[in-house]
Design a protein around this ligand. Structure first.
Ligand code: PMP
Length: 414
């Protein structure tokens, strides 16, 4: 398996580690080797400081207040929207809707766009490696509308069978929903090519960028997508905030998703008129501080440089792959030629939860389970896998400890 090719750039990993207070805390009396960033990333001090500041002396509501605290909080909140827009290469802040996370962003599209545009007999295409968040909302929509859910298959390496795509793109296909990077396998998908073919067939494209944002450059114009979703908590930001990017003309054509305060222009008992995009999709008091914290996380990532982050990830992935290949009985799930950030595997005769528990005793945090991608588990004929996922604060030492821990597991269970 080859990791994604990326230029070698010296990455200041020790300086980065010093930014993350979680790494100073021991787990089971050992230094923490945190290898579960695909589930959620640790938070740098600058994000923690922003959160403390905006829940502390700078706390105020947004959009409504006529007093100084509220005006300042509103400016910081809308400033974060601009940061997200720049980070994604979006035309402007009007393309950015704040949600609770990737899951809510995808549900927003399925409920608002889907309910008005998808009819009986239409088709939605997802891929064989999607997270449940990019399957279930489409399944619910298809069931409600009498539409069909199609699946672009993958091969044994965990790569999409792109030659099958033209045959699956029907004139009734309304939307193609695809993960930029698979959370269960680490596969980097050819999103740009999928978008090109989907558009030729008249379908829209939604990219689930939950795993992509912290590993690769995301540019919505370059990807050519119509929608893109991600979660703040996987990008070193707070939990409870996420983003939906949408093309302006599509967002503007979509009806409200939820009703309430902040998303209206006028309300009478007879009739309500709705606010402009993106506010139309942001009913109720938003996660003010978390949104501002996400802005700080984006500043942090931009300072490090996403290409340097990608190169660090590629270097670790290659190193970890070589180490784990040597473990007796270990086989990888996901051996795509283009991979990022994830080492998922099974050990013959050992349940992944047992692997996780033994590693926990060694101070090593990995994930064991179905990773909210049960169809991927079904494809590989396993109930669960073990997954070590990489981030900016991981080192070769973390991977050496993982390999040593796995040798212990092998010795214990054989
Ligand atoms: N899609 C992918 C690829 C993911 O990895 C995740 C989180 N594991 C999600 C969607 C859902 O993200 P959230 O739970 O933050 O909404």
């Amino acid at each position: 398996m080859t990791a994604t090719a990326a230029p070698r750039i010296a990455f200041p990993v020790e300086r980065v580690r010093a930014d993350f207070p979680s790494l100073a805390v021991a787990m089971r009396g050992k230094p923490l080797a945190y290898l579960d960033s695909a589930a959620t990333s640790l938070k740098p001090r600058c994000v923690l400081d922003t959160v403390a500041e905006y829940y502390g002396p700078k706390y105020g509501t947004v959009r409504r207040g006529v007093y100084g605290l509220s005006e300042k909080a509103t400016a910081a909140f809308e400033g974060a929207r601009e940061k997200v827009a720049r980070f994604l290469g979006a035309p402007g802040p009007g393309n950015i809707v704040f949600t609770k996370g990737t899951t809510e962003a995808i549900n927003l599209v399925a409920s608002s766009w889907g309910r008005t545009r998808v009819q009986a007999g239409d088709r939605i295409l997802v891929t064989a490696m999607e997270h449940h968040a990019n399957i279930v909302p489409w399944q619910l929509l298809c069931r409600e509308k009498g539409a069909h859910l199609d699946v672009l298959p993958m091969n044994a390496a965990g790569e999409l069978e792109m030659e099958r795509l033209p045959g699956l793109l029907d004139r009734r296909t309304r939307l193609v929903a695809v993960a930029g990077i698979s959370n269960a396998l680490g596969t980097v998908n050819p999103v740009r090519e999928i978008a090109r073919q989907a558009h030729e067939a008249g379908a829209l494209v939604l990219v689930d960028a939950a795993q992509m944002v912290a590993h690769a450059r995301v540019d919505v114009a370059d990807l050519g997508c119509d929608f893109l979703a991600f979660s703040g908590h996987k990008l070193f930001g707070p939990c409870g905030v996420g983003v939906l990017y949408g093309k302006a003309e599509i967002l503007e054509s979509m009806p409200p998703y939820q009703g309430g305060g902040d998303m209206i222009q006028t309300v009478t008992f007879e009739k309500t008129t709705f606010a402009e995009v993106p506010r139309r999709f942001e009913a109720g008091t938003p996660a003010i501080v978390e949104v501002i914290g996400l802005g700080t996380a984006i500043d942090y990532v931009r300072r490090l440089g996403i290409d340097a982050i990608g190169a660090h990830d590629a270097e670790l992935l290659e190193y970890g792959t070589r180490l784990l290949e040597e473990i007796p009985g270990l086989s990888f799930t996901g051996t795509a030629r283009r991979k990022a950030g994830i080492l998922a595997f099974v050990l013959s005769g050992v349940h992944p939860h047992d692997i996780g528990s033994v590693l926990d005793q060694e101070g090593i945090a990995i994930r064991a389970g179905h990773h909210c991608a049960q169809p991927v588990m079904q494809f590989f004929g396993v109930a669960a896998t073990a997954r070590a996922s990489l981030s900016i604060y991981n080192t070769r030492d973390d991977l050496d400890r993982l390999a040593a821990g796995l040798r212990k597991v092998v010795a214990l269970f054989r």
